[in-house]
Write a protein that binds this ligand. Structure first.
Ligand code: GDP
Ligand code: GDP
Length: 441
């Protein structure tokens, strides 16, 4: 639902989002009087929006009672409210009053600071934090700038799609893929994990009879281990087994939140990390899953005189792209290291769904010393503002002062700073940029 005082650009925003011309745009205050409904399609989701046509608190005398009542109804059924203000003018008393009212509505309120074209976001946006609304989106409805970030946030606030809602359990389960090359100990680890607690085997809808997940509850968190039958299946030949392990990793990752990437700590070659390990771990990274590196057969590795320190060094060196993933040492056969593994799973599942408020994000941004970023001259950009727009995995949008791709060392620097400040253990972090001049569509 879109609210705001007259002339801030609500109709323009509505038309831009719905790509239609259903409401009348004009300079005369309050020209849009009807509550107008439209449909928005974004990233495969579809949702309705309502332009309330200048709902103003304390303005009942001027606004026909019927419209005021309609707006109240719209507010009740809305998943999110977008309050629009005019970024080119000072805040007015009605803006402040409206924000106050919306804050008490119990609905998520996103503040759209409109009419910010070009590079003006930086100087203007600070004032609008006065409204006490955490989530601020600078944009230009007329030019189409900044709408992606707003839409991304709106869809994150929508209730899950009906079919997803139906089989979603009350407590969110974490879907776990156990992946790794043949003989790293996937089946043994699975048996060991499932043996510890009571588990429920549940058939997967729409798949062959032998694709069976196992769900187990550990410390109140349900974990769904994907395709247990597949994990136990063995290839007849070495080559077939290798192929099967890759195919299964890819399939299982599709349905997973979290991948346990198994490494054989006792493998004779290359200190435990083989090319196939790197390939399989690479799929987990590409699929943007959260990862835990599980070094198995720690009993045998120890007997070979290996230390955790040297194994960790090896793993880090060969799997640099998974630097964000914690390493846990286990012995699936002896059943050791499981408490540490469960603890890591709980942490990583939580971090994947963590949300940082825009205010906290921008307080953090102000503390980052970007002069320390190892970036070639000419590649520097200024980040005006940033916000987390989605989670699982967490994704951030950076508003930068000019349209250019972030240099990868700049990206890495920023990612490291974000991790230092906020953690996000085990999960990839996605950074997207928006420049003032970039257009929507
Ligand atoms: P509403 O009364 O809130 O629905 O506002 P309108 O959508 O009718 O817009 C009011 C005026 O602001 C119109 O003249 C629009 O052309 C203008 N306007 C809307 N969005 C923008 C924008 O992003 N930039 C600028 N410069 N003007 C805008
Ligand atoms: P998968 O092919 O990845 O499913 O591997 P399996 O679970 O079938 O294990 C392959 C072999 O490694 C079997 O002989 C297991 O007994 C052995 N194994 C698994 N985990 C461990 C462990 O923690 N320590 C030792 N020493 N052997 C293990």
């Amino acid at each position: 639902m879109i609210v705001g005082r007259p002339n801030v650009g609500k109709s323009t925003l509505f038309n831009r989002l719905t790509r239609s011309r259903r409401s009348i745009v004009g300079d005369e205050p309050g020209i849009t009087r009807d509550r107008i409904e439209g449909q928005v399609e974004w990233r495969g989701r579809s949702f309705g929006i309502t332009d309330t046509g200048g709902l103003l608190p304390g303005d009942e005398a001027e606004i026909p009672a019927a419209i005021f009542a309609q707006a109240q109804v719209a507010l009740k059924s809305a998943s999110a409210v977008v309050m629009v203000v005019d970024g080119r003018s000072e805040l007015t008393a009605p803006d402040i009053e409206l924000a106050r009212l919306l804050r008490t509505s119990g609905k998520p309120v996103l503040l759209a600071v409109n009419k910010i074209e070009g590079r003006r976001a930086e100087s203007t946006i600070g004032d609008f934090y006065q409204l006490g609304l955490e989530e601020v989106f600078p944009l230009s409805a007329e030019h189409g700038d900044g709408l992606d970030a707003l839409l991304d946030r709106v869809i994150a606030l929508l209730p899950a799609a009906a079919e997803a809602a139906a089989d979603e359990p009350a407590v969110r389960e974490t879907r776990v893929a156990i992946i790794g090359r043949p003989n790293v100990g996937k089946s043994t680890l699975l048996n060991c994990l499932l043996g510890e607690e009571r588990s429920i085997v549940s058939p997967v809808a729409g798949t062959t009879r032998d694709a069976v997940d196992a769900v187990l509850i550990h410390g109140k968190t349900p974990y769904r281990f994907i395709d247990t039958a597949g994990i136990r299946r063995k290839g007849a030949t070495h080559a077939l087994a290798e192929k099967l392990s890759v195919v299964m990793a890819r399939q299982h990752l599709e349905r997973a939140d979290l991948a346990l990437v198994l490494i054989d700590g006792a493998a004779p070659e290359e200190g435990g990390v083989l090319a196939l390990d790197a390939t399989i771990a690479g799929y987990a990274f590409e699929a943007q899953r959260s990862c835990i590196l599980v070094v198995n057969k720690w009993d045998a590795a120890q007997a070979m005189g290996r230390t955790q320190k040297e194994l960790e060094q090896r793993v880090r060196e060969r799997l640099k792209f998974l630097a964000f993933a914690p390493i846990v040492f286990v012995s699936a056969r002896a059943g050791t290291g499981l408490p540490q593994l469960f603890a890591a799973m709980a942490r990583v599942a939580r971090e994947r769904r963590k949300r940082i408020t825009t205010a906290a994000m921008n307080r953090f941004l102000a503390t980052v010393d970007f002069t320390r970023a190892p970036v070639p001259a000419g590649q520097r950009v200024r980040i005006l503002y940033m916000a987390q727009v989605s989670l699982a995995p967490p994704q951030f949008v950076l508003f930068i002062d000019r349209a250019r791709r972030l240099h990868f060392s700049y990206r890495r620097f920023l990612e490291n700073q974000i991790r230092r400040a906020f953690g996000f253990e085990g999960t990839p972090i996605l950074l997207k940029t928006r420049a003032g001049s970039r257009k929507h569509q």
